[in-house]
Design a binder for this molecule. Structure first.
Ligand code: MOS
Length: 733
């Protein structure tokens, strides 16, 4: 293979996106389209005692108001509501199911009108009364009610004893707030009624087949009567892994009214979906006087709802990173009267590694060691939880390359020792780690005699570049120019794919493309050999390659048959191959991606204003399929990491159990003025064990470590350790 893989190939969907040709879920048109607007609960817990829709129904243009007492049937069994990423334990939320209110902002009615403004206005005319119940929404006051989650981790050694006997110890709580995803595109569904009982549902989702199966269960529909399509997604970051309530409501309305219905959430209503749960992370590290670790304990206490146990791996990461003979990890949940959290980029790691890497920095200070030196002293070549070697781990190289590019050697280790005019300058670093997962994905390739290929798969492209990498891999594997490859994604009728998440889609989809392309190559080899006096006569298929629109002898382009000629002789207009790529389970190696993140901050000494003036992120994630979209992925993650460190926090008024900053005016995210230099380095990391191309995936690794590197830089600049994120200026004064 040569050509496109590994190069900075521009997005194949770029033109469609910037010209507006790309259509998103809320943009699909339909005859007689109706518009739904959601009415939300204004109490966090209780029962709806009265839901009076009569005034709303009187508004001209209103068609109906659906409620738990006025709707078509919804499934009663939990199983029907469990999507492929639903928590194992619990009962998924069901919109408009009954009179129970489980969280403030819960949808309780859907007003449907001829236009959106009318629906929105009429929603203010729905009268609701509640019987309120006592509730709790504050993790910090409810911390004592936490209950341990089952997890596979087995304690190693005796961490408590090792900590007690450690020469140098550091122990602290790190608090990471609730954060909301805020993708640019609002959650939206357009459910198109075809007149005869079947629906095409355009939905903003990270997994069309997941939504398809869910809707079939929830509405007891036959798979062939519903189709879910989501060709473009304007960001999701985990919020679209589970089907969201607007897809249920739009479908419910379409089935009830036998009309096409669109439901688009407002920005405020997006805060009624999932979120990154607040966590309190208690990390204790014990070191010997030589700076090697002897004990690690990490306990995370996280928020979940009353109705589902959502938990992620916050605490397991030291097992991949640092050698320690003794360790004890535990994850606890506090059940509150809030919506169930969900995955947000690098779920578990973004928060857990933040705590771990701040703690490592504090330990380095206590040991009077350079933070990189401490990490090198503790460097682990094995995943200690399973005692396995890594398929590859070029983290040492990340530290070296990142430090070099950043100029780390020039750092004065003393806090408050570096200045730039009136600003204090701080340099901090941290490690990142994530998993390199792979999932079964099927791809169909249809090659036509004119040398064009259509590559199709149900996978989503949530903005990450899936269209582009699949086109690159197909172009190389089929020996065609990338312009001849047409990639079709995110239609539930296309070949099997899981949700796009967990950083698994690049490796998984690329290898599914390779599998289908290989079957095409075999077929072309058979056809080419069958031509009378074929220049490929006497060769095995294994000696032939697809290159420059031909099938030819490997290494000898003079012995070639044009693809078009091979197909014409075989009397074929098209060759269609579909392949399900399953990855053989390899329990002999741990598979992870790593990074070293370096940050420079400048802190105004009088005002406490913090600017992140430079970030260098050195990433080892196997082979990078596309250095341009890959770099964009990491840059986007670094920007988000800056948001985690300095800006983002969902604020709840616990007297009402209601989010107070449900908008991007008051939920602060980095803006252009907050972003300065970001340097992304991809460290060479050959890995012939993980998969054929050596690909690991980049979706999540870019954010992990960034908030800690910034927090550590803020300490270095100011001498002040802030352990409660985000690090706002009031915490420095
Ligand atoms: Mo990612 S949080 O798996 O979309």
């Amino acid at each position: 293979m040569n050509g496109y893989v590994g190069t900075p190939t521009s997005r194949v969907d770029g033109r469609a996106k910037v010209t507006g040709a790309a259509k998103y879920a809320g943009e699909f048109a339909a005859d007689g389209l109706l518009h739904g607007f959601i009415v939300d609960a204004t109490v966090p817990r209780g029962r709806i005692t009265r839901l009076d829709t009569s005034d709303a129904l009187k508004v001209k243009g209103v068609v109906d108001v659906l409620t738990h007492t006025h709707r078509v049937a919804l499934a009663d069994k939990d199983e029907a509501w469990k999507d492929e990423v639903a928590p194992e334990k619990g009962s998924p939320f069901r919109p408009l199911y009954d009179d129970r209110v489980k969280f403030n902002g819960q949808p309780i009615a859907l007003v449907i009108a001829e236009d959106w403004e009318t629906a929105k206005f009429a929603a203010t005319r729905v009268r609701v009364e509640y019987e309120q119940e006592a509730f709790a929404t504050d993790l910090e006051t409810e911390r004592g009610t936490s209950a341990k989650v089952d997890q596979p981790h087995k304690p190693r050694g005796d961490a408590a004893a090792a900590l007690a006997g450690a020469a140098v110890r550091h122990e602290a709580d790190y608090v990471l707030p609730t954060e909301h995803h805020n993708p640019m595109e609002l959650y939206a569904t357009t459910a198109v009624w075809d007149g005869s009982g079947s629906l095409t549902v355009y939905d903003k989702t990270q997994g069309v087949q997941n939504v398809h199966k869910y809707l079939c269960g929830v509405f007891d529909m036959k798979p062939e009567d519903i189709r879910v399509v989501s060709p473009y997604v304007g960001g999701a970051f985990g919020s679209g892994l589970r089907p969201q309530h607007q897809v249920v409501l739009a479908t419910l309305a379409a089935l009830a009214l036998k009309r096409s219905v669109r439901v688009v959430l407002t920005r405020q209503q997006m805060y009624g979906l999932g979120y990154r749960p607040m966590t309190i992370e208690r990390v204790a590290l014990g070191a010997k006087s030589d700076g090697t670790l002897d004990a690690v304990t990490h306990e995370a206490i996280a928020v979940t709802s009353r109705y589902e146990d959502f938990s992620r791996n916050d605490t397991g990461w030291a097992e991949q990173l640092y050698k320690s003979p003794n360790s004890r990890l535990s994850h606890k949940l506090v059940h509150l009267d809030v919506a169930t959290p969900c995955d947000m980029r690098a779920p578990g790691a973004a928060t857990g590694v933040c705590a771990l890497e701040c703690a490592m920095d504090e330990l380095a200070v206590a040991l009077k060691l350079d933070p990189i030196e401490l990490r090198l002293k503790c460097y682990s070549d094995r995943d200690q939880s399973e005692d396995l070697p890594f398929s590859s781990k070029q983290l040492r190289e990340c530290y070296a390359r990142g430090a070099e590019a950043f100029g780390w050697a020039r750092r004065n280790p003393a806090p408050r020792a570096m200045r730039d005019g009136k600003d204090l300058v701080g340099w901090g670093m941290a490690t990142g780690v994530w998993e390199a997962l792979q999932m079964p994905v099927a791809v169909r390739i249809v090659l036509t005699a004119n040398g064009h290929a259509e590559v199709s798969c149900a996978a989503s492209d949530i903005g990450t570049g899936t269209y582009t990498i699949m086109a690159q891999v197909a172009a190389d594997a089929l020996g065609l120019p990338i312009g001849n490859i047409d990639v079709k994604l995110a239609d539930s009728t296309l070949p099997q794919a899981p949700v796009e998440g967990g950083s698994w889609m690049a490796a998984s989809s690329a290898h599914a493309v390779l599998g289908a392309a290989e079957d095409i190559r075999q077929e072309l080899a058979r056809l080419a050999k069958a031509i009378p006096d074929s220049p490929l006569g006497g060769l095995n298929a294994s000696e032939m390659v697809l290159v420059d629109g031909t099938i030819s002898k490997a290494g000898d382009k003079s012995r070639a048959v044009a693809i078009a000629d091979a197909m014409r002789h075989g009397k074929l207009e098209r060759i269609e191959k579909q392949k399900l790529n399953q990855f053989a389970e390899d329990k002999s190696h741990a598979r992870n991606t790593h990074s070293a993140v370096f940050a420079e901050v400048k802190v105004d000494e009088e005002l406490g204003v913090i600017r992140v003036t430079r970030v260098v992120s050195a990433v080892a994630a196997g082979r990078i399929l596309n250095t341009k979209t890959g770099r964009s992925q990491i840059m986007g993650s670094v920007v988000w990491g800056i948001g985690m460190a300095l800006h983002e926090e969902t604020v709840m008024d616990h007297r009402f159990g209601r989010i107070m900053n449900a908008n991007i005016g008051e939920y602060h995210i980095p803006v252009n003025a907050d972003i300065h230099d970001i340097d992304v380095i991809f460290v060479d990391e050959p890995d012939d064990r993980i998969n054929k191309l050596g690909v690991k995936g980049l979706g999540e690794i870019g954010i992990v470590g960034v908030p800690a590197a910034i927090a550590n830089a803020v300490y270095h600049a100011t001498g002040k350790r802030v352990r409660h994120f985000p690090i706002t200026l009031d915490k420095l004064l």
